[in-house]
Design a protein around this ligand. Structure first.
Ligand code: FAD
Length: 241
């Protein structure tokens, strides 16, 4: 488990097994506040990217959580556990539904990184003269920029659609939020790598920001659900449709 905001956060949402025999269907989410006895920070992680953000383990040692800190309340939890015990098919998980609305927001962050890298590489390609002409006049560079721009726009449309659906109560039949996050994470990794290529050697050194953007971009294929898990969610939505 991680904390990402410069120390123990004011509030953590912790998923815990309340009936371990029921597996994932026996889990519940609890809100735990900063002052809780037994809640401490573990090791601070050294990361490849997003190094301006603090990431560390959180440790829970005999933390007592009052019942009113159960997300959704006791009544709903009891009903959920009863359904699980009788083998009744569960309603679609609240957590998974929530992810459909939070994932496009995370995708939008990745998109911002991709856009910054694209704009930097585009401007560099117009200015950098190699073999007597700006490098953007080489089709190899211009087509790379064309692909970068196209992928960014496609990813942006997915984000806008999913956010629009979230705001207007749309039903995420195709896991549209997961699609947006998957596309944005992978576009950010590819676009930032292409930006390094366009800058040549300058792309690889720390005097220029693109190598940092590439390191920052990679986390977007990992957290808030890895790319593999996004594909799993999307493929299940397709199968259920
Ligand atoms: C910087 C950072 C910040 C983080 N912040 C938070 C946070 O705030 N809150 C939080 O809860 N977590 C956070 N995490 C944890 C993060 O969400 C997990 O690391 C991520 O979900 C992957 O889980 P894992 O590391 O256990 O990998 P694993 O589950 O061990 O997966 C390893 C690999 O196997 C693949 N894999 C696993 N299961 C399957 C499957 N069924 N099908 C196909 N492929 C599969 C994965 O996609 C991955 O490629 C953070 C991680 C980092 C690095």
């Amino acid at each position: 488990m991680f904390i990402t905001n410069g120390g123990i956060a004011d509030v953590h949402v912790v998923v815990a097994a309340v009936d371990p025999e029921l597996g994932t269907r026996g889990q519940a989410s609890f809100v735990i506040g900063k002052g809780a006895k037994g809640l401490t920070q573990g090791k601070k992680e050294k990361k490849m990217g997003i190094r301006a953000s603090h990431t560390a383990e959180i440790l829970l040692d005999d933390v007592v959580v009052p019942a009113d800190q159960l997300l959704g309340g006791e009544e709903k939890l009891e009903a959920k556990l009863a359904r699980a015990r009788t083998g009744e098919h569960g309603r679609s998980s609240v957590a998974l539904k929530t992810f459909e609305t939070t994932r496009p927001v995370v995708g939008a962050q990745a998109l911002g990184i991709a856009r910054a890298a694209f704009e930097f590489a585009r401007d560099y390609a117009k200015e950098r003269i190699a073999f007597g002409k700006p490098i953007i006049e080489n089709q190899a560079i211009a087509f790379k920029l064309a692909d970068m721009a196209t992928e960014i726009e496609a990813a942006r449309m997915l984000v806008w659609r999913a956010l629009w659906m979230g705001r207007h109560g749309g039903e995420f039949k195709l896991a549209e939020g997961s699609m947006a996050k998957l596309k944005c994470g992978e576009v950010a990794v590819k676009v930032t790598e292409d930006a390094i290529q366009i800058l040549g050697g300058y792309g690889y050194i720390r005097d220029f920001p693109v190598e940092k953007w590439h390191r920052d971009a990679k986390i977007y294929t990992l957290f808030e659900g890895t790319s593999e898990i996004q594909r799993l969610v999307i493929s299940r939505a397709i199968a259920a449709g």
